[in-house]
Design a protein around this ligand. Sequence first.
Ligand SMILES: *Cc1c(COP(=O)(O)O)cnc(C)c1O
Length: 427
Amino acid sequence: MTEPGDNWSAWDRQHCWHPFTQHAEWASGGEELILVKGEGPWLFDADGKRYFDGNSSIWTNIHGHRHPRIDAALRAQLDEVAHTSFLGFGNPRAAELAKRLTDFFPSGSLERVFFSDDGSTAVEVAVKMAIQFRQQSGEPERTGFIAFENAYHGDTMGAASLGGVSVFFDRFRSFGFPATRVASLADLHSLPAEEVGRAAAIVLEPLIQGVNEMRPWPAGQLAEIRSWCDEQGVHLILDEVMTGFGRTGTMFACQQEEVIPDFLCLAKGLTGGYLPLAATLTTGPVFDAFLGGRDRTLHYGHSYTANQLGCAAALASLRVFKEDRVLEKLPPRVEALTQGLKAIAHPCVHEVRQCGLIAGLELRLESGERFSGEQRMGERVCVAARAHGLLTRPIKDTIVMMPPLCSTEEEIAEACAALGRAVKEVG
Ligand SMILES: *Cc1c(COP(=O)(O)O)cnc(C)c1O
């Protein structure tokens, strides 16, 4: 509760360790902002100042903060129970959520759901299933993974082994498992046959790579990768942790190229951005390979697997999608984002990359070269944007604009204008 005497900033500096954060700088101020409240796409700091949630609270929020129907679903669930074990027991919310998630795909395709906690664990689950599946299907030699350069699949050791963003992963490379890296479809086609024959699965972020400075893939590539997988007998793992739940304009990115993966990893937006919950969807044939004796069991799970509050939030979020016709309202909002970013006519704007309501505005020197790292252009622009009522984070010098799906055209235009003012001030 908010107590006037509380000193959150001091306690934060004394006791918290923030993710991806250099604390030698954090303590010097400027960076820190204590967020205490939300309302739709807006956030409020401890002084009551209002900000637009320009990156959907690190890519999680979908229908806005304190959505009345999601809040009500959580309150109702609290009157039942918050959490029960999924090890040895079922629960109504998880059962219904599994049913609703599989209903997005043709019957007989993705029909099983394994719940976990975060995007990273959703990927870990897919990795373990993919390996064990081969051991139990007479192809134990298929132990390899193919992943894309500059990919991001999370920070736990297994998910990180598939990642390709060097600043996050190089330090830990020798502690994880090796993966074959490709940069393009052409690379994939030129892999030696023996290497492909040893591959269990290929993993990618469909339509757009997020942490790689918001870089969309060429149209049609996903469908071609699916065909390649079918020809080569390699499983396709799609990491839709960022792209899932309407962010790209369709419920799932893979639907845009009519691709159904063998494993689909979901997290961030699954609960509308309310609670940590993840799901790994897979097919009947994969599931069936784990049936039989005890030695065929998937020995994997977490304490909070299928948490009832999380599942209740996810179900409520899916109902909001339907009741509010969220996907139908997206095209003008996507267009507002396109136009709003286009209007930022500044010589430092090198490129705008967009896929649905996911966008990155890359800043460079007028010569087209990148700013030096020490200049921290991206960071400085985001700090400047706060004064104009916009919160977001950069990836290097690419400013992420990923508004909650509930944002109106006017709100998106306003947020882009705030970013434009910040670019002008700093650039
Ligand atoms: C964020 C993200 C992850 C990791 O999810 P966490 O919930 O942070 O563990 C994995 N893959 C993609 C594509 C992501 O954007």
